[in-house]
Write a protein that binds this ligand. Sequence first.
Ligand code: NAP
Length: 238
Amino acid sequence: MIKAIIIGATSGIGKSLAEKLVIEGYLVGITGRREEMLKILEENHIGKILSMKMDVQDLSSIESICNELVIKLGGLDLLIISAGIGEENKLLDFSIENNVIKTNVQGFTCVADWGMNYFKKQGHGHLVNISSVAGIRGNGLAPSYNSSKAYQINYLEGLRLNASKSNSSIHVTDVRPGFVHTAMAKGDGLFWVSPVEKAAEQIYAAIKRKKKVVYISKRWRLISYILKAIPYSILKKL
Ligand SMILES: NC(=O)c1ccc[n+]([C@@H]2O[C@H](COP(=O)([O-])OP(=O)(O)OC[C@H]3O[C@@H](n4cnc5c(N)ncnc54)[C@H](OP(=O)(O)O)[C@@H]3O)[C@@H](O)[C@H]2O)c1
C-alpha cells in the first residue's frame, strides 16, 4: 500500500486530494490546525485516513509530529504540502505579511526539508507542493502571497537539483494552480476557476506521471507565459 502525508488537508485542495488518494488505495496521513475537520475525515474513511493536528507555524513541532505520523502509517512514499494562506494587504500591515511568510515560507521550508531528508535516508520518495501561478509576478494587493509562491517555486527547483546530486530516486513536483474553487479563491474577477475535485484529479494524474511542474488547469500555462513576458508598464494597469 502506498503511504502518503498531506499537510493542510482539512479543506480545499488538500482535503480533495486526500479523498482521491483513498479512492486510489493509498493509506493517507493528514494534518491541519482544525482538529474537528481532521476527525470527520478520519471517521468517514476508517483505517484509510489517519490524522495529527499540526500548525506549520510552530516550527519546533513539525519534525516530531511528522515522524509520529510516519510511524502511524508504517512508512512514507509521498508528501504533499497544501497548507497555505494568502491575504490582501494593500496597506502593507507587516503583521499580515509576517503571517503569510511564517506559513508559506518558513512552515513550507521546514516541512519540505524534513520530507527531503526522510526520502534521502530511505533512498526514494516524492515531494509535491501546491505553489501558484501567482508566483510568476508581483502583486500590489497581496505582495507577500505572490512572493511567497515565487519562493516556493524557486525552492522546489533547488530541492530537485539537490536530490539529483544524491543516489536516491526522489521526485519533486511543483503544482501551479490558477484559480481553484476553495475558500482561498475569493474576490471578483476570477476566471477559469477549476472545481476542486477536478483539480485533485489533475494533480493526481501529474503525481502518477512524476511531473516536475504542472499547471492546474492546463491552460494556466498560457497565462504564465503571458505573465512572464509582459512588461511592467502593462502589469501595473492590470
Ligand atoms: N484556491 C486557489 O485558487 C489556489 C490557487 C493557487 C494556489 N493555491 C494554493 O493551494 C494551497 C491550498 O489552498 P486551498 O485553495 O485548498 O485553500 P484552503 O481550503 O484554505 O486550504 C488551506 C489548507 O491549509 C491549511 N493551513 C493553513 N494555515 C496552516 C497552518 N498554519 N498550519 C497548518 N495548516 C495550515 C488549512 O488547514 P487549517 O486551517 O485547518 O490549519 C487548510 O487545510 C495553498 O497553498 C494555496 O496557496 C490555491
